[in-house]
Design a protein around this ligand. Structure first.
Ligand SMILES: *[C@@H]1O[C@H](CO)[C@@H](O)[C@H](O)[C@H]1NC(C)=O
Ligand SMILES: *[C@@H]1O[C@H](CO)[C@@H](O)[C@H](O)[C@H]1NC(C)=O
Ligand SMILES: *[C@@H]1O[C@H](CO)[C@@H](O)[C@H](O)[C@H]1NC(C)=O
Ligand SMILES: *[C@@H]1O[C@H](CO)[C@@H](O)[C@H](O)[C@H]1NC(C)=O
Ligand SMILES: [Cu+2]
Length: 213
């Protein structure tokens, strides 16, 4: 009974507001929930302020708002990749679970990157409401270690299984690269609005859970 109730509620939450946020490396731009189903969360131009990222022994840290998800990472070594076709696989898609922090290793050597190269990482996440994308523009370095104060934890310790790269990114190009400045401005106000509405929705749902239990 409780289980059924929980499933119904979490199903609702999933349908309405849940996504994922890239925590590390620093994403290309601030998170825009409504744009996350599109190439690089709607940011179609590489950032000029790149952060360093280790050639090997790196990790990707995300916050998942979905209890079950599939995640993978693509890499491009173009200066300004503009299409999914400009990327190749760096971390095969795998399934994982747990709402909250999730952190997994990535080795760019295996993906063909070299030290000193500019690269873009595109994290692809599917928690049941379609594929979502966030990008980070980096400088690959073989003598950079991720600072120890960068958090790398998993919400749950349950094991994950590897899937055979079946959920490849859809072959859509970003709509247009012109007018990105104005669209990112409206996008950031839309983002605060949707954060507000997510928060109020969550409190309503929280009250409902308390009432039902
Ligand atoms: C890397 O990108 C920065 C700006 O994003 C550029 O100034 C620099 O020349 C690029 N380096 C290489 C090796 O292409
Ligand atoms: C690049 O600059 C933007 C805008 O100031 C900022 O939000 C972002 O965190 C910076 N990225 C890095 C990797 O420092
Ligand atoms: C990047 O992708 C676009 C669109 O598929 C393609 O036209 C272009 O040739 C690619 N660039 C490189 C350098 O592969
Ligand atoms: C989180 O789980 C993934 C998948 O099981 C694993 O590869 C990774 O090492 C875990 N991260 C931490 C910080 O334990
Ligand atoms: Cu979602």
């Amino acid at each position: 009974m409780r289980f059924t109730t929980f499933c119904m509620l979490s199903g609702l939450l999933t349908a309405v507001s849940a996504h994922f946020q890239l925590q590390y490396p620093v994403p290309r731009g601030i998170f825009v929930e409504d744009n996350e189903p599109t190439f690089c969360d709607g940011y179609n131009t590489a950032a000029s302020n790149r952060s360093e990222f280790p050639l090997s022994g790196g990790f990707i840290s995300i916050n998942s708002e979905h209890p079950q998800f599939t995640v993978g990472v693509q890499l491009s070594t173009l200066q300004n990749p503009t299409s999914f076709q400009n990327f190749s696989t760096a971390v095969n898609f795998f399934q994982a679970s747990g709402e909250g922090p999730f952190c997994f290793p990535i080795d760019l050597t295996a993906a063909g990157a070299s030290s000193g190269a500019n690269a873009t990482l595109q994290i692809i996440f599917d928690g049941g409401d379609g594929q979502l994308y966030q990008c980070a523009d980096v400088i690959v370095s073989n003598n950079f270690n991720i600072p120890s104060d960068v958090s790398c934890t998993n919400a749950t310790t349950s094991s994950s299984t590897t899937t055979s790269g079946s959920s490849a990114p859809s072959a859509t190009s970003p709509t247009s690269s012109s007018g990105s400045a104005s669209s990112s401005q409206t996008a950031s106000s839309a983002s605060s609005l949707s954060i507000l509405s997510s928060v109020s929705l969550l409190s309503v749902m929280g009250a409902a859970v308390v009432a039902l239990l």
